[in-house]
Design a protein around this ligand. Sequence first.
Ligand SMILES: Cc1ncc(COP(=O)(O)O)c(C=O)c1O
Length: 363
Amino acid sequence: MTTTTTRVYNFSPGPAILPLPVLEEAQRDLVSLPGVGMSVLEISHRGKVFEGMLAECDANIRKLANIPANYKILFLQGGASTQFSMVPMNLLGPGRWADYIVNGAWGEKAIKEAKKIGAVNTAHTTGPDFKRTSKQADLKLTPGAAYVHMTSNETIQGVEYTSFFDTGDVPLVVDTSSDMFSGPIDVSKLGLVYAGAQKNIGPAGVALVIIRDDLVTKGPASLPSMMNYATLAKEPSLYNTPPCFGIYVVGLVMKWLVNLGGLEAIKKINDRKAGKLYAEIDRTGFYRGHAEKDSRSIMNVTFRLPSEALEETFAKQAKAAGLDGLKGHRSVGGMRASIYNAFPEDGVDALVSFMREFEKKNG
Ligand SMILES: Cc1ncc(COP(=O)(O)O)c(C=O)c1O
């Protein structure tokens, strides 16, 4: 197929690479869904075909991540950024407050939005350089908080948690936008988990929200319907026209994950891919990882070179060699290799070879 011959290695942080079999199936269904005779873009969200897609996607997510029956799975719009506001709008309640753990740019954005809605404490921050995760002993949790919020993977800094905090009876809310389904996740420990789809789950335009039943109805009746989890969960994801195409692609990605062996299997692959890159970063000292070793992300690998001029050259030459999207975020500088689930291991091998060659020439 011609599409496969022209693809580069896409290290973009998001929208990001999708599994090739998913793209090929979507390409086929774009003109006509087998047995339906309409494009997947043309079918009604109230029809049997889409309802089937939605139900299958829900079932596969439940199977993959072992989601308990008392959680709703919602496919919403407005990206993860809208969840920065919806979470406090629904969960804060009058006279209550929330605790935020801030480990990077996205945690900062989440707390900034929450402060517009109500009372919020910083339970811990690792800023301003954001090189590590917080530890349980670092946290200053305030008893009686409505919820605790954390970001499981800071996409820009490349700092990731390997487990969640124990917050006792206080619901833990986690932004998992850039590492959702990169490995097993125990949702039963969480009150609410959300993710913009465009990194590990599917295309931009869908936000996945998994919410425990008792939190669904916490929002005040005065909330706009589209901002209220109760409205959106009543007939899950079908209150208004949902992002149908995005949900369809998420469904294909979930099927791809199931066929691959599930979240344990993808975690092994992800650990191996990230391990190869970090081993190269640590090999001589020419490259320097941004994150501290125990906080390194297996999704977004951030590293610096000896000078900004070399970083510029590295990005340019890598792109010319078919390694695209490696320039780091301006706030961190350097390089960032985003190696989400769909990123092929041979692309990581290609980057490692390129890094070795680059060091030989410039080290
Ligand atoms: C960890 C994290 N949270 C939130 C967002 C914002 O997501 P969206 O663009 O879907 O609003 C991003 C986007 O990159 C992210 O990486």
